[in-house]
Write a protein that binds this ligand. Structure first.
Ligand code: F6R
Length: 251
């Protein structure tokens, strides 16, 4: 790790949250070191989006070096409503091509939320329970503090359900839809805050100044549905792996 020091006001954030500050190019490897502890056959909760891409690349590298990943079982955090799972912009396609296939995980061991009904959501919760719960959940953080697609206003007791995406979230993801906001789905099925907090361990990865306000208030601010990531303060085992920009105080 480089000589980056933890900003003094972040050390320690809480007895149950470790913050590892590292250079942006080290985030993937450092986070993969934590995630690798659930191999060879743990239940891994996976986020999509850009934040964990380097983490997945580092896990794939570790597989070439001998880490057994084929027995992992995967549960995704969320999925757009209305995109078929063979649509390349779907999170099902992301999980398949970026995580499962390169890690040698068979399709039968990969679950992504699908459908749009309360029964579909309940079936997803049941599938997680039947797998014995999530051993380690990877999360990113939205600029508005969302985890999964639990937008501000999502409370601690929420479970898997269909949500309306905030316009800011759809704007942030429009680049995957030819930059056209109108094409970004308006709804998603997401694990709830309570679903995420039920994981035994959580690893949050974040980089870049755009995440700083949300991440700092999640770590240091009040626990509130206004910033759903702040509920992570209530979890007994959270590791945050972030670069200095993602933790920097506004000046
Ligand atoms: C993705 C997810 C979202 C993202 C968040 C950050 O499965 O649940 O919460 O983690 O929107 O996205 P990126 O990493 O693309 O900035």
């Amino acid at each position: 790790m480089t000589g980056v020091t933890l900003p003094t006001d972040l050390a320690p954030v809480s007895a149950t949250t470790r913050v590892v500050v590292c250079a942006p190019e080290e985030i993937g490897d450092v986070a993969a070191g934590v995630v690798a502890t659930v191999a060879p056959d743990g239940v891994l909760g996976v986020a999509t989006g850009s934040s964990p891409l380097a983490l997945y690349a580092a896990l794939i590298r570790r597989r070439t070096e001998g880490l057994a990943t084929e027995g992992l079982r995967l549960f995704a955090l969320d999925e757009y409503v209305g995109l078929p799972d063979d649509d390349p912009r779907s999170y099902a396609a992301y999980v398949r091509s970026v995580i499962a296939e390169p890690l040698g995980i068979p399709a039968a061991h990969v679950r992504v939320p699908s459908g749009s009904t309360a029964a579909d959501a309940a079936a997803y919760e049941r599938a997680i329970a039947e797998a014995g719960g999530v051993d380690l959940q990877i999360v990113g953080i939205g600029r508005n503090g969302h985890i999964g697609f639990n937008e501000p206003g999502s409370d601690a007791d929420t479970r898997t359900r269909v949500v309306t995406l905030d316009e800011s979230t759809r704007r942030a993801n429009a680049e995957h839809f030819d930059g056209d906001l109108a094409r970004v789905p308006t709804h998603a099925m997401t694990q709830g805050v309570a679903t995420i907090l039920a994981a035994r361990r959580i690893v949050l990865v974040a980089s870049g100044a755009a995440k700083a306000a949300a991440l700092r208030s999640a770590l240091l601010g009040p626990v509130t549905a206004d910033n759903p990531a702040s509920f992570l303060q209530r979890h007994p085992d959270v590791t945050v792996v972030a670069d200095p920009d993602a933790l920097r105080e506004d000046r």
